[in-house]
Write a protein that binds this ligand. Structure first.
Ligand code: KG4
Ligand code: ZN
Length: 334
């Protein structure tokens, strides 16, 4: 039995979790900084770094108390070391290394994207490969073939804005506040998704995405139709994003003969995306796996779970491992 303390501080969530053997989540504490950043309409890196510094110790302590463990029970300490905001990553990585030295247990640095992929396996450890994972967050939109543990192939990605970024920008333009995804999700329930036909660029073109044109289309439409119901704009925009995401996820699954499609990342919390993804999986006769919303957004349980798998294949990281704001997944070619 391996008990892992996971730490996640790559963006604006200060998180710590205790997970046993990659799947048994004893505690998963997330302290969101949304209130600190909301008035600026986005994450302010300087503020995020300072907030992580003051929040991390109490968050780790809370996770340990909730899990009923002491330092003697921890076998491995993991922290996200990239990608993300450098000042934020450094807080988590430095804390993890200090605890590793102080408690005399190994340290392992984890890729934030890989952690999002593993979020699905915490709740559904028996998922069969190959899977298509659609990682849709504030910073990334990727279709990934998850062939096996540690083997990932990039099938498609956004060429400009990430899906979550498009939600955030459109929400800001519509005056719905930050973060935009949940606001648009909620308002869309009262709107008509067929009121306006927005077509994202490249819908029928390969497995890559483009969202910046869609945001411009929304802005132009609202300028030309100032009396339009905001709920109809939100619902029509969301429908267009969900349509292109699910259309390409389905094609990706067909191309690789996937056993299923998993959602990952903050946008995977979107109600319509969740519903439509399950619909296409039923139509294709494959598994559709939607991690719980708490597992989709940034958290440390996914970091601790990934660490358990990585430890088995690669062992611990050296203590001179740095934070890397541009860290990538080591994609294979075929
Ligand atoms: O994965 P995440 O928590 O952070 C990173 O970007 O790594 O994702 C945050 C993104 C934001 O853009 C937010 O607007 C979006 O996820 N998001 C949503 C929803 N909840 C969060 N987008 C659409 N619908 C939602 N319900
Ligand atoms: Zn994330």
């Amino acid at each position: 039995m391996t008990t892992v303390l996971g730490i996640e501080t790559s963006c604006d969530e200060t998180a710590a979790a205790i997970v046993v053997d990659g799947r048994d989540v004893l505690a998963n504490v997330v302290s969101s900084q949304i209130d600190l950043h909301a008035r600026y309409g986005g994450v302010v890196p300087e503020i995020a770094g300072r907030a992580h510094e003051s929040l991390l110790t109490p968050v780790v302590a809370e996770a340990m108390v909730e899990a009923g463990v002491t330092d003697h029970d921890i076998d491995l300490i993991a922290a996200t070391h990239g990608p993300g905001l450098i000042g934020s990553l450094l807080i988590g990585v430095s804390a993890a290394k200090a605890l590793s030295l102080g408690w005399n247990v190994p340290f392992i640095g984890i890729n934030h994207h890989e952690a999002h992929l593993y979020a699905a396996l915490i709740e559904e450890p028996e998922l069969e490969f190959p899977l298509v994972v659609m990682l849709v967050s504030g910073g990334h939109t990727m279709l990934i073939e998850f062939q096996d543990h540690g083997r990932y192939r990039l099938l498609g990605a956004t060429l400009d804005d990430a899906a979550g970024e498009a939600f955030d920008k459109v929400a800001r333009y519509l005056g719905l506040g930050y973060p935009g995804g949940p606001a648009i999700d909620q308002l869309s329930q009262q709107g008509n998704p067929q009121a306006i036909k927005f077509t994202p660029p490249m819908r029928n073109d390969g497995l890559n995405f483009s969202f910046s044109g869609l945001k411009t289309a929304v802005v132009n439409y609202v300028r030309q139709h100032p009396d339009v119901e905001t709920a109809d704009v939100a619902a029509s925009f969301q429908a267009a994003v969900v349509d292109v995401l699910t259309h390409k996820a389905r094609r990706a699954a067909q191309e690789i003969g996937a056993t299923g499609i998993c959602l990952a990342g903050g946008v995977a919390a979107n109600s319509e995306l969740r519903e439509k993804t399950l619909d296409i999986c039923v139509e294709e006769g494959i598994q559709g796996f939607l991690p719980s919303r708490a597992m989709c957004t940034d958290n440390a349980a996914m970091v601790a779970a990934t660490a358990w798998w990585r430890m088995r294949s690669e062992g611990p990281s050296p203590l001179d491992l740095g934070a890397d704001p541009n860290l990538r997944l080591p994609f294979i070619d075929s």
